[in-house]
Design a protein around this ligand. Structure first.
Ligand code: CU
Length: 154
């Protein structure tokens, strides 16, 4: 019986340790370090992003920690393009899905698909300092059509 009681705290400790080491990519609230979809009422400023074949202009953007941005995205290319905000691992996963099924309707948050000449927007809140990626995950575009968002200290 004594032995049984001793085992429990050890097991609990090892569970705690493994949880802590796994938590490096996702925070305690299960949120992506890239941020999350924001509310229109929180928008601090608009940033215009133009899509061409196959590039974003600009492809480097600076924002401040906690800031909510309305990205106004215009497709000036001759092909469909998407804009997806996230950590590179997540973008790669979506790009892989698009290779399997390019016409699949995007269910991911923070993604927009535009036909040539179309305009759309993504409202996004940046929670943490760091480097966030954005890209067009469509097949043949993903390697070239990328950009960086630098989230700086307030
Ligand atoms: Cu594209």
């Amino acid at each position: 019986m004594t032995q049984f009681i001793k085992i429990i705290p050890l097991a609990a400790l090892s569970m705690l340790l493994s949880t802590t080491s796994m938590a490096s990519s996702i925070d305690a609230n299960n949120r992506s370090p890239a941020g999350h979809l924001g509310a229109a009422t929180d928008v601090a400023r608009d940033i215009k992003v133009t899509q061409v074949d196959n590039m974003f202009l600009p492809n480097e953007i600076r924002v401040t920690e906690g800031e909510t941005i309305r990205f106004i995205v215009i497709n000036k290319g001759d092909h469909q393009h998407e804009m997806l905000i996230g950590m590179m691992d997540d973008l790669r996963k979506v790009a892989k899905q698009r290779r399997k099924n390019p016409d699949e309707n995007s269910a991911e948050s923070g993604v927009i698909r535009l036909h040539p000449g179309e305009k759309g927007e993504i409202i996004w809140t940046f929670d943490q300092i760091g480097e966030i990626d954005f890209a067009c995950p469509l097949p043949g575009h993903f390697k070239a059509m990328r950009g960086k968002i630098y989230v700086e200290k307030k």
